[in-house]
Design a protein around this ligand. Sequence first.
Ligand code: GDP
Length: 460
Amino acid sequence: MFEFDTIAAISTALGEGAIGIVRLSGTKAVEIANTLFKNKDLTRVETHTIHYGHIINPKNNGKVIDEVMVSVLRAPKTFTREDVVEINCHGGMVVVNQVLQTVLQHGARLAQPGEFTKRAFLNGRIDLSQAEAVMDLIRAKTDTSMTLALKQVDGQLSKMIKSVRQDILNTLAQVEVNIDYPEYDAVEEMTLSLMKERAVVVKRDLEKLLQNAQQGKILRDGLQTAIVGRPNVGKSSLLNRLLKEDKAIVTDIAGTTRDTIEEYVNVRGVPLKLVDTAGIRQTDDVVEQIGVERSKLAVEQADFVMVVLNQSEPLSQEDIALLEMTAHKKRLVLLNKMDLVGQLNRDELLKYVDASTVIELSVLNHFGIDTLEEKIAEWFFAGNVNDKDASFVSNVRHIALIQEAIERLDDVLEAVEMDVPVDLIQIDMTRAWELLGEITGETVQDELLTELFSQFCLGK
Ligand code: GDP
């Protein structure tokens, strides 16, 4: 295990809360906490116990800062595999901050974002894909994305990647043996055809992993969704209906601009990440004037677009403009206000859209919402979001690495066809092995680590 300095951070969400936790990790964690703890000698308590008492500031005449519960967790059975102390304070930022400041005055250093998890990785408790899953877990938008992240924390993806790497390694080892001991007959000779056979198997395994990757990515990041339509067709009513029926989650994602509020709607397990809801919600005249321009931007950013039309009015030029603008997108056309007499010419509409993508709605009367939700689930997840399948790869970094490894295997296969000597082919095979190692962190670069962990929130 590495010897690191002792770090500290507030581990609970910023803002009002019933409790706030200041966490310390490192060789001096218990010692530092003990200096500040009034009621007991924490250096003598048993590990994995929790203690009631007061945190004081010895540098300020022993002034009591808060009444607390302190957990003492000795290495190695902790998240970081180091000594960990968690000080449970009363919520409210002032108190928690004061406790943190006092801890910092007494020998701890403020942790960088993700540093606790980074230590867990460096100390060998988890591998890189598991560490990344911890971040996903914090950001999970739906139950399914949470289950997915939990499985990854548990190491299921790592296990699969490790087994594929082992296969490659066995193949490489055999090549080495053949090169080093050409006279040693007992070793199965690594012929080109055998090399080919192995590469095909490994490639197939990797392709299987990628099969559901698109869904995995949607589950993890949300499906970028835009709702567009003329003023008054019912966009905000639809948005509110969706928000009401499926718990909306508004998140303030750490690492992005501080004031970016992202809004999610959970449609049967598919997290829709709504683009530009502010544009939908504001109905003052200024915004209406720039409506189409604004829609254009929202449409460009979206992976999925819902065009809302008011079927109690004829199709207008503006409607047609929106339909043309969205034609290249994965799109549903919603005919709203079905409770009113229809004025929209369906034949004309069908000149612009495919009938199977049209859904009749009355947001007001609750009509058609189910059909809409079913359609979304069906479209993006073939009807069911299958969280039982642990082979979901959801992380873009992992997807890219697996794709690249597959390309290297293709190179191997191509070289085999061209009768390239085996010892040359093994260079590509080795590269595939290295690439996969970057997923679990076994062959990872330092800069990448710093970059990855800096995306975490503070205190994790
Ligand atoms: P937006 O400007 O597109 O966001 O439209 P709104 O959601 O603000 O809706 C405009 C008006 O249409 C409001 O008065 C809604 O109550 C009404 N509305 C929305 N959906 C329906 C519907 O299905 N039927 C009827 N009759 N009215 C609706």
